[in-house]
Design a protein around this ligand. Structure first.
Ligand SMILES: NC(=O)c1ccc[n+]([C@@H]2O[C@H](COP(=O)([O-])OP(=O)(O)OC[C@H]3O[C@@H](n4cnc5c(N)ncnc54)[C@H](OP(=O)(O)O)[C@@H]3O)[C@@H](O)[C@H]2O)c1
Length: 246
């Protein structure tokens, strides 16, 4: 049960993060959604959920902006008094092979994906340790687990998050926290809209289910992990990829 749990979800306006935020809110959590630009979508999600009696508050800012993260978490704590669930989902990609990856793309992807996750963990964990409970779910990718040739900066940034997940779990699980990662395969969201059909077909061809994944399926996995009842899961990377083979 996650009723009345306070859940921070980054990247909550589109794709996977939106479905996660909606799933947690409709299951009774008080959700705090973080987003970068999509004001209209944030308002629409808020209106739709509040009409049905569910609770979501949005904060606009960049996950890679340390000061924004610090002040947001301070405000959440002063408003709700606790944070039970943190879903580090916001992410971007600028895909290329290693020798074609330019420094600016390397930095942007690292600062958003790894930097954002790091800043939120840094700010939230002290409160969770004080509470002696907390649940962190970091969104990574099969690229972090399998290594994909044309996703150099993206795969490395997600691999770094896997390292962070494992290290934090070792330190903080004895304090009542559970810290896991979810590694989706190719999920139908705006992030993959620019991926050429040839590449998508190739991905599907090497996937057991012969299909792309859906954001709702990822949200179901996050809900499963977010529920605390008697859970023994921590320090795990959950692959959610329809059986992707390479
Ligand atoms: N789609 C896939 O195939 C796939 C596969 C494996 C892993 N993932 C991971 O799953 C996560 C979500 O992916 P998605 O496909 O749902 O992405 P998406 O559709 O592109 O949505 C990205 C979300 O992150 C927010 N965001 C981006 N940069 C941000 C920043 N600097 N600060 C704050 N918010 C920021 C966006 O906010 P705005 O709407 O305001 O721009 C949006 O809500 C990412 O970490 C991605 O790497 C995706």
């Amino acid at each position: 049960m996650i009723k009345d749990k306070v859940a921070v979800v980054t990247g909550a306006t589109r794709g996977i993060g939106k479905e996660v935020a909606v799933k947690l809110a409709t299951n009774g959590a008080k959700v705090i959604g973080i987003y970068a630009r999509s004001d209209k979508t944030a308002n629409e999600i808020k209106d739709e959920l509040s009409e049905k009696g569910h609770e979501i508050t949005f904060y606009k800012g960049l996950v890679n902006d340390k000061e924004f993260v610090r002040t947001t978490i301070e405000e959440v704590i002063s408003q709700y008094g606790k944070i039970d669930i943190l879903v580090n989902n916001a992410g971007i990609n600028r895909d290329n092979f290693i020798f074609q990856t330019v420094e600016e793309d390397w930095n942007d992807v690292f600062q958003t994906n790894f930097g954002g996750t790091y800043h939120f963990c840094n700010e939230v964990i002290p409160y969770m340790v004080e509470q002696k409970s907390g649940n962190i779910i970091n969104m990574v990718s099969v690229s972090a687990v399998n290594g994909r040739e044309a996703q150099t900066n993206y795969g490395c940034s997600k691999g770094a998050i896997v390292g962070l997940t494992r290290m934090l779990s070792r330190i903080y699980s004895p304090h009542g926290l559970r810290i896991n990662a979810v590694a989706p395969g190719m999920i139908e969201t705006e992030m993959i809209q620019h991926v050429p059909d040839k590449k998508l077909n190739n991905f599907v061809h090497h996937t057991n289910t012969q299909s792309l994944g859906q954001a709702k399926q990822v949200a179901n996995t996050v809900l499963f992990l977010a529920q605390d009842e008697d859970s023994y899961f921590t320090n795990t990377v959950f692959k959610l990829d329809g059986g992707f083979l390479r």
